[in-house]
Design a protein. Structure first.
Length: 91
């Protein structure tokens, strides 16, 4: 339930430095980097290129997850990556 999820979130934030670092990293460093890159790109590139970049983020994330964490792809990820690539080629 939502109450249990919020309770677990509070517990993790108050007791786990690793969890706090992960939240900080994903919220500020990654979010800030993405905002800076998107701002730079929007002033220097066409809007269609920026749209293609947004569409290719999930496949890139899956590949980086495989490289850094060693997690396999599975048929759903491969199918999704193929659909994105086909859509980008047709764009």
């Amino acid at each position: 339930t939502l109450g249990q999820a919020l309770s677990q979130l509070h517990l993790a934030l108050t007791t786990s430095p690793t969890f706090r670092f992960g939240v900080f990293y994903s919220a500020y460093l990654v979010g800030g980097a993405c905002f800076a890159i998107a701002s730079y790109a929007s002033s220097h590139l066409e809007s269609s290129v920026i749209t293609l970049f947004a569409a290719c983020q999930p496949p890139m994330t899956a590949v980086l997850e495989w490289i850094w964490e060693g997690k396999g792809f599975g048929w759903k990820k491969v199918l999704g990556m193929c659909c994105v690539c086909c859509g980008m080629c047709g764009f």
